[in-house]
Design a binder for this molecule. Structure first.
Ligand SMILES: Cc1ncc(COP(=O)(O)O)c(C=O)c1O
Length: 433
């Protein structure tokens, strides 16, 4: 099946009892056992079924199957937020200690997780000086547990060379974990290029309406955990917390995602509510259509900005002179992201005036909504970083990040134009030139 069809049908057929066509919301904490033996078999992971909604829930299970199929993976775990998904994704490879080698262009909170929070648990985030594969390779050593990248960086908009990163990671015996939130599996399927694990904030384009937080981890099933037993003992030695289960032996291709569920989801929670799973499924039904309009509108807005004398720079990877343009052709089929940044003449102060003058475009910290959104990363999402870390992550003091929605593009451009008029009266513009 193709994206559009998977997004509407995968993971659910009208269920046997009621024949409900829409996915039912199974608002239940627990599930009845037929007998003591049935309960024991469920707890032993010997039989399929549900036991408690912290571990799995039928509504969330449909969402998991749908996302796994969109990504071309063998399984997925839905969790409460994208951040929870990233946390579980990292600890699930590195809970015996070690380092994660990452590109520097990350969403600010993920940067904080890797640079401040995980190190307190013995997992060190190592940031390469750029997203170039050779910069990543320099940092990999015998304690590395994964290479990590956002397929499209938020807010830098950089497109990572997934295939090259995967080759390097695999040459050193570690998986490539990618955050595919900004691209979505509609624009890019990282497993086709060798990535092993994909993480999503479902809050963004996949959900698509800015109503619902959610996250997911998807397993490609391709990383050979058993071949790297020294580096990944958690997959290859009996797990005392699960009466001696050896994940790689027991689950084979689905070892990673089963361990994420059985170890982390079970003991740490971060559960997605069934109602949120339902809302996210509603959103996913239209994601392919929405992505087309996001991409098309963004191209027109970026062209408008670039042609405007009040604008100092536009960092849009769909321009042929962008260093990432060849990667946009290779990985995104020419569809540059609707998330991009720009700066207006007059620096930080003019940028703030512009931001405050927006009427249609919402000032907030979110991306991937049907609505057009704007954010000033230096004062919000990337505030915890040093000025140098911000620069490397693609954030300048004047940077405005736009997430272009699916409204009529003329209305978006008119709003930007009126805000530019307020921020750059002609006298100020001449002075800046
Ligand atoms: C690329 C990326 N990954 C992860 C997250 C975290 O997602 P959530 O807000 O659902 O926790 C965000 C949030 O903005 C993001 O932009």
């Amino acid at each position: 099946m193709r994206n559009e069809t998977i997004a509407i049908h995968a993971g659910y057929e009208p269920e046997a009892t009621t024949h409900a066509v829409a996915v039912p919301i199974y608002q239940t904490a627990a599930y009845a056992f037929d007998s003591a033996d049935h309960g024991a078999a469920l707890f032993n992971l010997e039989t399929e079924g549900f036991r408690y909604s912290r571990i799995a829930n039928p509504t969330s299970a449909v969402l998991e199957k749908r996302i796994a199929q969109l990504e071309g993976g063998v399984g997925a775990l839905a969790v409460a937020t994208g951040q929870a998904a990233l946390h579980f994704a990292f600890v699930n490879v590195a809970d015996h200690g070690g380092n994660i080698v990452s590109v520097p262009q990350l969403y600010g909170t993920t940067h904080t997780l890797l640079s401040h929070i995980l190190p307190r648990q013995g997992i060190i985030g190592r940031f390469a000086e750029s997203d170039r594969p050779d910069a990543i390779e320099k940092l990999i050593d015998e304690n590395t547990r994964a290479v990590f990248a956002e397929t499209i960086g938020n807010p830098a908009g950089n497109v990572c060379d997934i295939e090259a990163l995967a080759n390097i990671a695999h040459a050193h015996g570690v998986p490539l974990i990618v955050d595919n939130t900004v691209a979505t599996p509609i624009l890019l399927k990282p497993f086709d290029y060798g990535a092993d694990i994909a993480v999503h904030s479902l809050t963004k384009f996949l959900g698509g309406h800015g109503t619902t937080l959610g996250g997911a981890i998807v397993d490609s099933g391709n990383f050979p955990w058993a071949e790297h037993a020294d580096r990944f003992p958690a997959y290859n030695k009996p797990d005392a917390s699960y009466h001696g289960l050896v994940y790689a032996e027991r689950f084979g291709k689905t070892a990673y995602i089963e361990r994420a569920r059985s170890v982390y989801q079970r003991t740490m929670g971060s559960v997605l509510s069934p109602f949120n799973a339902f809302l996210l499924l509603q959103g996913i039904e239209t994601v392919a259509l929405r992505m087309e309009r996001h991409v098309e509108n963004a191209r027109k807005v970026a062209e408008f900005l670039r042609g405007d004398p009040r604008v100092a720079w536009v960092n849009y990877t769909g321009f042929p002179d962008s260093p990432y343009y060849p990667l946009v052709q290779k990985y995104l089929n020419g569809s540059a992201s609707s998330l991009f940044t720009f700066g207006i003449k007059g620096g930080m102060e003019a940028g703030k005036t512009f931001y405050d003058a927006l009427k249609l475009i919402t000032r907030l910290v979110n991306i991937g909504d049907a609505k057009s959104l704007a954010c000033h990363p230096a004062s919000t999402t990337h505030r915890q970083m040093s000025a140098e870390q911000q620069r490397v992550a693609g954030v300048l003091p004047e940077t405005i990040r736009l997430s272009i929605g699916i409204e009529h593009v003329s209305d978006i451009i008119e709003d930007i134009d009126q805000a530019l008029k307020k921020a750059c009266p002609s006298a100020q513009l001449e002075a800046a030139e």
